[in-house]
Design a protein around this ligand. Structure first.
Ligand code: DP6
Length: 325
């Protein structure tokens, strides 16, 4: 019986993925580009038990006995079993090393860590590209967590690819956890509803590749000001497409807008501070190493900001322990 523990870090998209080109294969409709974050990591251990029973999942110390999370984990394990010619059930223990009640998406780091740990526990020796493909089938953003630094996932791509190491443009990410907004719907459901009902979805599909290219170029040219402007445009265009869905998909809370206002003030005062938001009310702020302290202090003054996590770029997903019994 082989037990393998893997670590993967969450990533934040700078050019957003929203919408699928193929639902069954889970291929993204638009290109996306992310930064893997050191401060947000998931640690996952997989053991193939040898028994023909179903899979067991323990998430942050709590046994998950059914529902979507277990189904999604089992679907990934099924793909690994098919590749390795295994029939055994697996025990999966996964821990998010960031505040779990924070509403931060853990599916990217979760599925990346699961892909790495499960394939190694099954005796497979997969390349990062093969692992990225495996993770992407569960959650497209997870494909990007296979690499450290800046990572791209092209439209209709089966796997992500590295763009540049974080050191190339060593920005600081401040994750401002805000007071909660409206009840959130999952990204998968939100993007399907947007594609089906929003008249602005076509505009999003048409414009996203251009914005992706701007983000990519700004990173390669290490130009934080241009990157920040393109990053905000990508996030706000994505949210605009959702707001025009019927009924609207709205992740913004009053707190989200308060943070955006504060960033405008900071920029007027000469600071580098740019926002991006995902399927929740929290705001991730890109800033420079030199401006991180004053920007963080200004955000902490807001009563709607519950806490702030500071991160630099993080490394690739990897195996950290392996035991054979
Ligand atoms: C807003 O990767 O969670 O965070 O492929 O359906 O699992 P599925 O979606 P998911 O969507 C992430 C959406 C986003 C933007 C991004 O990370 O690019």
């Amino acid at each position: 019986m082989r037990s393998v523990t893997a670590i993967a870090h969450a990533n934040i998209a700078l050019a957003k993925y929203w919408g699928k080109a193929d639902e069954a294969l889970n291929l993204p409709a638009v290109p996306s580009l992310s930064l893997t974050l050191e401060a947000l990591r998931t640690v996952t251990t997989v053991t193939f038990t040898g028994a023909a029973r179903g899979d067991e999942l323990v998430l942050d110390g709590v046994a998950v006995t059914g529902g979507r999370p277990l189904e999604r984990a089992s679907a990934l394990l099924d793909r690994v079993r098919a590749m390795a010619g295994l029939r055994s059930g697996a025990r999966v223990e996964s821990r998010n090393e960031f505040p779990t009640a924070s509403g931060l998406a853990s599916s990217a780091s979760g599925f990346a860590a699961l892909a790495v740990a499960a394939s190694a526990a099954a005796g497979l020796d997969l390349t990062p590209t093969q692992l990225s493909r495996l993770a992407r089938q569960s959650s497209a953003s997870a494909a990007r967590s296979m690499w450290g630094g800046y990572v791209a996932l092209a439209a209709r791509a089966h796997e992500a690819e590295p763009v540049a190491p974080w050191e190339h443009l060593p920005l600081v990410m401040l994750v401002a956890l805000t007071t909660n907004g409206p009840k959130e719907i999952s990204s998968t459901a939100g993007m399907k509803h947007t594609a089906e009902t929003s008249p602005y979805y076509a505009g999003w599909l048409a414009s996203a590749p251009r914005v992706f290219e701007e983000v990519r170029r700004a990173i390669l040219e290490a130009d934080l000001e241009r990157l920040g402007a393109a990053v905000e445009h990508s996030a706000l265009s994505m949210h605009a497409s959702m707001l025009a869905a019927r009924p609207a998909v709205r992740y913004f809370a009053p707190a989200t807008l308060r943070v955006l206002d504060r960033l405008l003030d900071l920029r007027r005062a000469g600071r580098s501070a740019y926002a991006t938001m995902d399927a929740g009310p929290h705001v991730k702020v890109l800033t420079s190493a030199g401006d991180a302290d004053p920007v963080e202090a200004a955000l902490r003054e807001l009563p709607e900001v519950r806490s702030i996590l500071r991160s630099r770029g993080g490394p690739a997903a990897c195996v950290v322990a392996e035991t054979v019994r």
